[in-house]
Design a protein. Sequence first.
Length: 302
Amino acid sequence: MAEANMVIPSTPQRSLGLRQFLQLYARSKSALVAALLVGLIIIVAFAAPLLAPQNPYDLQQLSIIDGQLAPGAQSSTGIPFWLGSDDQGRDMLSAILYGLRISLGVGFVSVFCAAIIGGSLGLLAAYRGGKTDALIMRLVDLQLSFPAILVALMLLAFLGKGIGNVVLALVIVEWATYARATRSTALVESKKGYIEAVVCLGLPLHRILFRHLLPQCMPPLIVISTVQIARAIALEATLSFLGLGVPVTEPSLGMLIANGYQYMLSGEYWICFYPGIALMVTIVAINMAGDRLRDVLNPWTR
């Protein structure tokens, strides 16, 4: 009788409604603040032309006379430089806002493209199995065996500078992570009855993969993408700092840090310090928001 009354624990629910998701996410105040900060950074970055007092990419608005002004000083045209200016006469506040646009744009676009390519290959490897699975996963193992920064440096040394080349290099570096994560989830899902049912219905391969199998793999992909955005931003900043990223005429946060690094010991700290703070806050906020997202979307931890 005791055994008959025992309740076997059920498998945790995999899906969440929007309201329940928001309630679970808001339980962590620090993560909620981080998510709001990420949203604010995105809004400020893409509204840079409306908020920035100067277009730092327009060479006609730059004057060497205004170079290396301290925070709070006024330019020759009367515009206050609240965060000072760099050696080219760029307003640091405007440069940071425009630099955020490039850093966030590179991060989001590269992660989106890498997720599509890696996710598709991971689904195909899990569903087909056999030689297809072995070939794709050996490519993944080969890709992951090299340090990401080394691969990106070699690619950009061959391709040259440019935002498009940076995005391409980051996609080549990051696709393998999505392929492995998608394959591990798809292997479990492909053995379930609903996949066998749609196969028996004779549905085409692309519909089976992207209509029925992909939605079950989305939670881990969303979590990985959130973390990878921060990693892509950091990689782009590293490449730009080393002089192989975006061109000097359109500096990202990494390029701004590189431009001001040589002035750190001369007392003009603001040229390097404020872009570094902006980069650090952006990466930390995205990582904190992503960590909480992982906890909420993981049915075993929520």
